[in-house]
Design a protein around this ligand. Structure first.
Ligand SMILES: C[S@@+](CC[C@H](N)C(=O)[O-])C[C@H]1O[C@@H](n2cnc3c(N)ncnc32)[C@H](O)[C@@H]1O
Length: 184
């Protein structure tokens, strides 16, 4: 992803990909949901909200943030159809903003910009959980390397987060690293 890309261009790229209702929750989230604290969750780069909806269905108080209005529209429509409440924030994640503090954060299939990686602790309360799972450079050129993290990139934790669990997993034939962190 190019840092100089205009927000309007990112929306133009993602909106057409968010025309279908959300699918099933991510298997790594389903596997590790037991690590979440009760209460609130910020779903960072939520897309159409498959994970946000799953957690709302488990009675978490979920807020999804994404740059794509089309994704957030799908999320709100699906939540309403299921009788669930999910809050949404339309924002460019390259610009840190006061999105609030949550008991948990989740990030799936999105490589946060460095500025966000370094400030994730602002959005999760001490003792809270952060689950991050995304594609790795092990995929080589089969998958745009600028969307990928180095293998085990966060094995030493993140600023103010201690690593609780790490495992490699596959999604649609692509390698991913999944992490669970506890906020210190
Ligand atoms: C591959 S999708 C992942 C969606 C969701 N996390 C999931 O796993 O289903 C990546 C998401 O990142 C969002 N995104 C990309 N760049 C962004 C930015 N600068 N700010 C906010 N969201 C962004 C896109 O709109 C898209 O919804």
């Amino acid at each position: 992803m190019m840092d100089f890309e205009l927000a309007s261009d990112i929306k133009r790229r993602w909106d057409p990909r968010h025309i279908s209702p959300p699918g099933r929750p991510d298997p790594f989230l389903v596997e590790r949901v037991c690590d979440l604290r009760a209460g609130s969750v910020l779903d960072i780069a939520c897309g159409t909200g498959r994970n946000a909806l799953y957690l709302a269905g488990l009675e978490y108080d979920v807020t999804g943030v994404d740059i794509s209005p089309a994704g957030l529209t799908q999320l709100k429509a699906a939540a309403s159809a299921r009788g669930l409440t999910v809050k949404t924030i339309e924002a460019d994640l390259r610009q840190s903003r006061p999105w609030g503090q949550y008991n948990n954060g989740i990030i799936f299939n999105y490589l946060p910009p460095l500025s966000l990686l370094e400030s994730l602790h602002e959005y999760v309360i001490p003792g809270g959980t952060l689950i991050l799972c995304t594609f790795t450079t092990k995929n080589g050129e089969r998958f745009n390397p600028s969307y990928c993290i180095e293998e085990r990139a966060f094995a030493q934790g993140l600023p103010l987060f201690r690593l609780m669990h790490h495992s490699e997993n596959m999604l649609d034939g692509r390698f991913r690293d999944g992490y669970v962190f506890r906020r210190t």
